[in-house]
Design a protein around this ligand. Structure first.
Ligand code: SF4
Length: 472
């Protein structure tokens, strides 16, 4: 049987997942959440929102764009209360529209329910069809909304039971936080695909996708929310309940490879040290005679550092990144077509001319970006170019990503390593082995999802699911 899990992608790199930051029992909760979202901006740049509660009233603000552009001082002033829930979004289900921005909020039986979700539900369409048949009206085209509808259906049984009922029906990846006027509920799917952790700040609590956000607001890391756990935080303190059904953990290896920030610890593994170790193990696997090693910033930075230290080949920052390029800029006209690439990255010609170079990258998806980059290095006179990739060939698709819904778009699914080397125009090409990828983590292999490399998807596939399938 074919399987799938939650995923999403870009034309050349899988994109970051969404980010969640929630606060309970702290003054200026919305402002703290604003800073938390700032730290999580790398997980989503399409839209952001904050919902705040003073225990009675819930207010919200969300918009398209980046956190600093959306929230101004006067907006945060209006988000009063000592509880807040924030979200930064990269759309994995549903279009990038304000209506789909999160947190998403509804009113039911006089109670407010707001949700911030990271991940994809594999059976969202099926549940939505059933709910619509029963007369439910949906406002968005996201999978997250089905969670609120399911929760609302069981709300009469109490909040805890409503969450348990909901969790037993949804399948796939979800790290999420639900907020009512006076309670925060943090949940992680039984496989634990996406990260979610609990922090403590003075007498209050913080729940967030990554520990780098805890660091920014000076909260102490307490623990990860466990896969299959529902953690309820309210005036009675903390209470944890779990789904009875036991599943194997399948934490996404791509959180470590590139979704998470290097200063975060996810699934108990520090990301920086993991990426550096990938580079060290690349040096063990491949011996190359070269004058220098370099990354294309920022992909491969830490693996390149680890590789250089372990191999003794000096690390150079051979390509300079323009830090002031925004997400979009006016496309150059045909006659200037190379500007698009050069505006972001420019090689240091005098450093690289006549040199034997080892480039360390964190991935090759379609191979077209790598090809363009290598062409540029050849043009400025690099003598030899060897490419080392800090993970195995990426052969299986992220089924939920519209851009990679088929294996046809993945170069490693179509070509051998030797053919990829030829296509990109390299002197040599090497991929880190699966054994060494596992060795780079301190996490047992059985607790991670490697489906993009080995095709073993831990959650059954709905073959017809895609990013826009909830848009009729
Ligand atoms: S490794 Fe698994 S969870 Fe991670 S992106 Fe690939 S299929 Fe999705």
């Amino acid at each position: 049987m074919k399987h799938m899990s939650d995923c999403h992608c870009l034309p050349e790199r899988p994109r970051e997942a969404c980010g969640i930051f929630a606060v309970y029992g702290l003054e200026d909760a919305a402002k703290l959440t604003y800073f938390g979202l700032y730290a999580l901006q790398h997980r989503g740049q399409e839209s952001a929102g904050i919902v705040a509660s003073d225990g009675k009233q819930v207010v919200e603000h969300k918009a398209m764009g980046l956190v600093p552009d959306i929230f101004r001082e006067e907006i945060l002033e209006n988000l009063k209360g000592n509880m807040a829930l924030g979200h930064v979004r990269y759309s994995t289900t549903g279009s990038s529209l304000l209506v789909n921005a999160q947190p998403f909020r509804v009113q039911h039986l006089g109670k407010c329910l707001a949700i911030a979700h990271n991940g994809n539900l594999v059976n969202a369409r099926q549940i939505r069809d059933e709910l619509e048949d029963q007369g439910s009206l949906f406002q968005t085209t996201t999978d997250s909304e089905v969670v609120l509808h399911l929760a609302a259906k069981s709300l009469k049984k109490g909040l805890e039971q409503a969450m348990l009922d909901t969790m037993s029906q949804v399948k796939g990846a979800y790290s999420m936080v639900v907020m009512t006027e006076d309670t925060l509920i943090a949940m992680r799917d039984p496989q634990g695909f996406r990260p979610l952790c609990l922090g403590r700040l003075n007498s209050g609590f913080v729940v967030t996708s990554e520990t780098c956000a805890l660091d920014l607001v000076e909260a102490d890391f307490v623990r990860d929310i466990e896969p299959g756990e529902i953690l309820i935080i309210n005036g009675k303190g903390l209470r944890s309940i779990r789904l009875e059904e036991k599943s194997r953990k399948a934490q996404c290896i791509f959180e470590l490879i590139y979704f998470a920030r290097p200063d975060s610890t996810v699934f108990g593994q520090n990301v920086y040290l993991f990426r550096k170790k990938q580079g060290e193990l690349l040096a063990e696997e491949f011996h190359v005679d070269a004058d220098l090693a370099m990354p294309f910033p920022d992909s491969g930075n830490y693996a390149a550092l680890g590789y250089a230290q372990a191999s003794g080949i000096p690390l150079e920052m051979g390509v300079i990144r323009n830090h002031y390029v925004g997400r979009t800029f006016i496309q150059p006209s045909q006659s200037m077509r190379d500007f698009g690439v050069k505006v972001k990255l420019n090689p240091v010609k005098d450093l690289l001319k006549g040199k034997r170079i080892v480039v360390v990258e964190d991935s090759i998806i379609r191979g077209t970006t790598a090809r363009t980059r290598i062409k540029t290095l050849r043009k400025i006179g690099a003598k030899e170019i060897h490419l080392l990739v800090s993970c195995p060939p990426h052969r299986f698709p992220y089924h939920y990503g519209i851009d990679f819904s088929s294996r046809g778009e993945l170069i490693a699914a179509q070509k051998t390593v030797e053919e990829i080397r030829g296509f990109i125009g390299l002197d040599s090409l090497g991929y880190l082995s699966m054994e060494n990828l596992v060795k780079a983590t301190c996490i047992p292999r059985a607790d991670l999802c490697f489906a993009c490399f080995d095709g073993n998807y831990p959650v059954p596939i709905d073959e017809s699911f895609h990013k826009f399938c909830l848009e009729k």
